[in-house]
Ligand binder design. Structure first.
Ligand code: BGC
Length: 512
């Protein structure tokens, strides 16, 4: 997800050093954090469409689904608040935990935060896998949410601080890649376990394996040099840097880390800073980008694809298979984004992605309207069902090379040091909040808005595409210290951002 709290893209100097095996192992373990987030995102959709699971925990949904108890419409067959709470409670817990996580990460270090996150994941997965009642299920989800809050805070910072500068950008996007791989693994496991008696226990419990690896790894791995410096352990920081870079002479990089840490300490009021007019663009983007990212409607697919496909008349197996296909497209398109983002820039990906999402959403809405109408009665022929799946894949691909990774990258790279921690916190909090809202509201919205739900999200895609086109500057290759000058040349931001030379030079003054 976001770049490290104190990494500075503009200072991408090439220090000596190699990509050592130690760094690779470190990154592998840390990447488990991204994988776990993705796994927990993707696993619920399949599980909530499995009959034994519904019969055990949500018998009324099962009856409603089977014989439409009281509801005439297929659109409403999964509409149940407890069922959505099972999915959404995680994001509320993540929102709360991310505030504590930022304090732990700063005071105790990145490593303890990752360990705590891993432990939460472990307990949550076990509670879910062995769940005997709905309480165990929801409490397990809350634990998983705390894990997400802790890991989303510490893992990206850990990764970017451990990595040599020349692969830092790729790693930033790599975290998003791990999320999509986690979602795909979840889809595949659901596909396999759906055929087993009580397969849902395996689906929910398997998350314990990467969680265990993360815990174990974070016990044995060292903390980052940055974190050691932040906590006054200079000698240990030097030894660690020598170890991870695989060379003895690390003085230059060490000095830069010490200077960056001093500069960060001078930043006393990141919250006050970000509310000043000169940081209005950062405040607006860090709030609206995560809001819009969720209003694309992507998590309707990520959380509820099997339920949605089931609602549209796909059989159980076909529904789970379709989720595997969209999960695969998600991974591949994220790779496309990683390869293109520094070549074509952020704006073009945002705009193309927006237009492609819009077209596919409208076509999906129209197809469902024509077949299912208002009362939800109908079915698709095989050819129509395949075309619908193709449209959903086109939509997922568009998201995965635009708003998916860029929703995390852009907020992190437009914030200069003095507002970075505040900007980052807003971005994560808004994202989790609206992930929760969409997860909680989707099944009810589907029941009431019916096929127009797709037009609802399409409407927001239009707004967000204009928002980017009119307000976002290209940040490709833009040194962070230039950013305030560049806002001053923009037709809109020049009216808002004061021409304050001292701000433009802030980083020069505080860095070597
Ligand atoms: C979003 C998640 C989403 C995922 C899908 C991420 O960037 O923040 O909400 O589920 O992409 O790949």
């Amino acid at each position: 997800m976001a770049g490290g709290a104190f990494s500075n893209p503009s200072k991408a100097r090439h220090y000596e050093g190699k990509v050592t095996a130690f760094v690779l192992i470190t990154c592998f373990v840390a990447a488990m954090g991204g994988l776990l987030f993705g796994y927990d995102l993707g696993i619920t959709g399949g599980v909530t469409s499995m009959k034994p699971f519904l019969i055990k925990f949500f018998p009324s949904v099962y009856r409603q689904m089977k014989d439409g108890l009281g509801h005439q419409s297929a659109y409403c067959k999964f509409d149940n608040e407890l069922l959505t709470l099972f999915t959404s409670s995680l994001y509320l817990a993540a929102l709360v935990a991310s505030f504590f996580a930022s304090i732990t990460t700063r005071i105790l270090g990145r490593k303890p935060s990752m360990f705590i996150g891993g432990l939460f994941f472990l307990v949550g997965s076990l509670l879910n896998g062995f769940a005997m009642n709905i309480e165990m299920l929801i409490i397990g989800r809350l634990f998983l949410g705390f894990g997400v809050g802790y890991c989303n805070q510490s893992v990206p910072v850990y990764l970017s601080e451990m990595a040599p500068t020349n692969i830092r950008g790729a790693l930033n996007m790599g975290f998003q890649m791990m999320i999509t791989i986690g979602i795909l693994i979840a889809n595949l496991i659901n596909y396999g376990t759906a055929k087993l008696e009580n397969g849902w226990r395996i689906s929910l419990g398997v998350g314990a394996i990467p969680a265990f690896l993360l815990c174990l790894g974070s016990l044995f791995l060292g903390d980052t040099p940055n974190s050691m410096i932040e906590r006054g352990q200079h000698d240990q920081a030097k030894a660690m840097l020598q170890k991870i870079r695989g060379i003895q002479n690390v003085d230059e990089e060490l000095q830069d880390l010490v200077d960056a840490s001093e500069a960060a300490k001078k930043v006393e009021h990141p919250w006050k800073n970000i509310s000043q007019p000169r940081y209005r663009p950062q405040l607006i983007f860090c709030s609206f980008i995560p809001f819009f990212q969720q209003l694309t409607g992507i998590n309707v697919i990520m959380f509820y694809a099997p339920v949605l496909f089931n609602t549209l008349g796909f059989g159980d197996d076909a529904s789970l298979m379709s989720a595997v296909i969209t999960g695969g497209v998600n991974v591949l398109a994220t790779l496309v984004s990683i390869l293109c983002v520094d070549k074509f820039g952020r704006r073009i990906l945002f705009l193309e992605g927006g237009i492609q999402m819009l077209i596919s959403q409208i076509l999906v809405g129209v197809m469902i309207a024509l077949k299912f109408g208002m009362n939800g009665e109908g079915s698709f022929s095989k050819g129509e069902a395949n075309f619908l799946l193709f449209l959903i894949c086109a939509y997922v691909a568009a998201f995965a090379w635009s708003w998916g990774p860029l929703g995390w990258l852009v907020p992190s790279e437009i914030c200069p040091l003095e507002v970075r921690s505040a900007g980052q916190a807003i971005n994560v909090a808004v994202n989790m909040l609206f992930t929760f809202v969409i997860a909680q509201a989707f099944l009810t919205m589907l029941c009431h808005l019916k096929f127009s739900l797709f037009f609802f999200f399409a409407f927001f895609v239009v707004i967000m595409t204009f928002f980017i086109d009119l307000l976002l500057l290209e940040t490709k290759n833009l040194p962070i210290e230039e950013i305030n000058k560049v806002w001053r040349s923009h037709w809109f931001w020049s009216k808002i951002v004061p021409n304050d030379v001292s701000t433009d030079n802030y980083y020069h003054k505080t860095s070597p």
